[in-house]
Design a protein around this ligand. Structure first.
Ligand code: ATP
Ligand code: MG
Length: 574
């Protein structure tokens, strides 16, 4: 067990307390023995993009609830749409669910596995007069559909004889017709108040290669014809989905009832929205394709791959998902709440180390030239079991450029000429002078004296106090690093909000990424493995980026510390 990455909590510990009406429904069903005491859920992503933090809510709900009741959860790829789906997405989705701490065991399924069964069910509906082949174009179908206030118009093909429908559907499957020329539609009710019941399309012709079935099929089931029956095939008890599918439930129910097959219970909950964050795979794809970010796993992305690279922990995400609960109305959660859970978790597990992002040389004139002392530093004040480490101290140090002001403003207590401060775990030092660049006037080096009676940063016998403690590194021992600082990807709370004719990308924050090279870190970090997490004293939480290589350390700032730094900076600037 390394200090920075302790064994995660067992997944499935889905914190209770927050409102979870779905749990109540399950408890009720267990009481009435509705599903014979079974709880079987599924997480059904469409493999058309990377998972995002919104999906985490659904994953935690489905796996968390099943685990709580000793049930099972399937992972099912809803891969009915051949043109948008890719194996890259399938792989990343599996990796992400595992990373979050959940296990589908041997229950990995694909809706495409059911294409044969779905086809047979479509034929069954044709035979019972409940489905027909329609020659209207997509545009015509839309026009015939009517509106919320006006009923639709029946298709002229609606009353085709069963035999003709069977023949045409078989020929659709055999590839006789071009894309878009015909569809198979359910014969329900063109006057229904629910538009989803106005003879919805069940199958469309698409001569496209599928990532799993190749060219076996040139007709593909619509999501609505596949989803409910897939749940039925897998004997799902509680089919948990987001609120926008509430209006589709009557259609799913209609299909399973007409087919006379097992009937799962669909339950809808509110989709997660976060301030300053976009949670739509389509828009996230735009960011990737147009190079606004460095890829799906860019640490600024709300994808779980991005969040992981940024240094967020699965435990923090699970705690967040538990804390927000579920409801029947969609709202917007503060991004700060997610960050709060990340800080809370990292505070417990991340080892403290010292790093200097913008180094300024500090020379201690009265410290022996060749002396190197090993100073003892605490790894985590929150967790004594994480122990201590030794940090080399010598005559020439680096401190943070920001921790020195030649002309200190009021309330600035850090280093300035004549002022004494504590070097954490080091000594008290007093600034005696500065060296400047003759041309620019910039301070390039500061000179100090130290008090040998303050070793370890402890107060001297005379009880003298200092108002500030700053961090430092021994210049000869420090290791070079690149550090990437992040801000919100968008400047607006609601990134979709734009003036007419503008695209959401106008709300991108031009300062969302700042790359600092020439940073210095403690020698203990040399060779740190990617994903190792640390708290850089006074600077925030950081993790090693996979761009690191032998001799090249790259860190991401996961989050700043609880805003105190920003406050001090603001005050210092006055
Ligand atoms: P997007 O709109 O981002 O493309 P989606 O709903 O199309 O998302 P799916 O792959 O179909 O993505 O989603 C898989 C599961 O995750 C579904 O059950 C869906 O309801 C759920 N889900 C998707 N986005 C969210 C969200 N923001 N909050 C909660 N659950 C979500
Ligand atoms: Mg979808």
């Amino acid at each position: 067990m390394t200090p920075s990455n302790p064994t995660p909590d067992p997944a499935g510990s889905f914190p209770s307390g927050a409102s979870n009406f779905i749990r109540e429904i399950i408890l009720d069903d267990l009481k009435t023995n509705k599903f014979g005491g079974r709880v079987h859920t599924r997480f059904p992503p469409e493999p058309n993009g990377y998972l995002h933090i919104g999906h985490a809510k659904s994953i935690c709900l489905n796996f968390g609830l099943a685990a709580e009741f000793g049930g099972k959860t399937n992972l099912r790829f809803d891969d009915t749409n051949p043109s948008k789906e890719e194996t890259e997405y399938v792989d990343s989705i599996m990796e992400t669910v595992k990373w979050l701490g959940f296990d589908w065991e041997d229950r990995l399924f694909y809706a495409s596995d059911y294409f044969g069964q779905l086809y047979e069910w479509a034929v069954q509906l044709i035979r019972s007069g409940k489905a027909y082949v329609c020659d209207l174009t997509a545009e015509e179908i839309r026009q015939y559909r009517g509106t919320l206030t006006e009923p639709g118009t029946e298709s002229p093909y609606r009353n085709r004889p069963v035999e003709e429908n069977l023949d045409l559907f078989a020929r659709m499957k055999a590839g006789e017709f071009p894309d878009g020329s015909r569809t198979l539609r359910a014969k329900i009710d063109m006057a229904s108040a629910n538009l989803n019941l106005r003879d919805p399309v069940m199958y469309r012709i698409l001569h496209a290669e599928h990532h799993r079935t190749g060219n076996e099929w040139c007709i593909y089931p619509m999501y609505d014809f596949a989803h409910g029956q897939s749940d039925s095939i897998e004997k799902i008890t509680h089919s948990i989905c987001t609120l926008e599918f509430e209006d589709h439930r009557p259609l799913y129910d209609w299909y399973v009832e007409q087919l006379g097959i097992y009937h799962p219970q669909q339950i809808e909950f509110d989709r997660l929205n976060l301030t300053y964050t976009l949670l739509s795979k389509r828009k996230l794809l735009t960011l990737v394709e147009y190079g606004h970010v460095r890829g799906w796993d860019d640490p600024r992305m709300p994808t779980l791959a991005g969040i992981k690279r940024r240094g967020f922990t699965p435990e923090a995400i699970r705690n967040f998902c538990g804390a927000i609960g579920v409801s029947k109305t969609t709202g917007v959660i503060e991004l700060g709440l997610l960050e709060h859970h990340v800080r809370e978790d990292l505070n417990k597990r991340a080892a403290r180390v010292m790093a200097v992002l913008r180094p300024l040389r500090l020379v201690i004139d009265n410290y022996p030239e060749d002396l190197v002392e090993e100073m003892e530093a605490v790894n985590n004040p929150e967790d004594a079991t994480m122990g201590t480490r030794r940090v080399p101290f010598s005559r020439v140090l680096y401190i943070e450029r920001d921790d020195f002001r030649e002309d200190p403003p009021k309330q600035y207590y850090r280093l300035s000429p004549g002022r004494e401060v504590r070097l954490r775990y080091g000594y008290f030092v007093t600034c005696t002078g500065v060296v400047k660049d003759e041309r620019t006037g910039e301070v390039t080096e500061i000179h100090c004296t130290y008090d040998p009676a303050t070793k370890g940063g402890n107060a001297p016998p005379d009880g003298r106090k200092v108002k500030s403690t700053i961090h430092w590194l021994s210049a000869a021992h420090a290791v070079d690093a690149e550090v990437r600082l992040y801000e919100n990807l968008f400047t607006r709370e609601n990134p979709s909000e734009t003036k007419e004719g503008e695209n959401f990308t106008v709300n991108l924050n031009p300062h969302s990424l700042e790359i600092l090279s020439g940073c210095k870190v403690e020698p203990s970090l040399a060779g740190a493995a990617p994903a190792s997490r640390y708290q850089f004293e006074r600077l925030g939480y950081f993790c090693v980026d996979p761009d690191s290589a032998p001799g090249k350390l790259v860190f991401n700032r996961t989050l700043a510390l609880r805003d105190t730094w920003a406050k001090i900076e603001k005050r210092g600037a006055k």
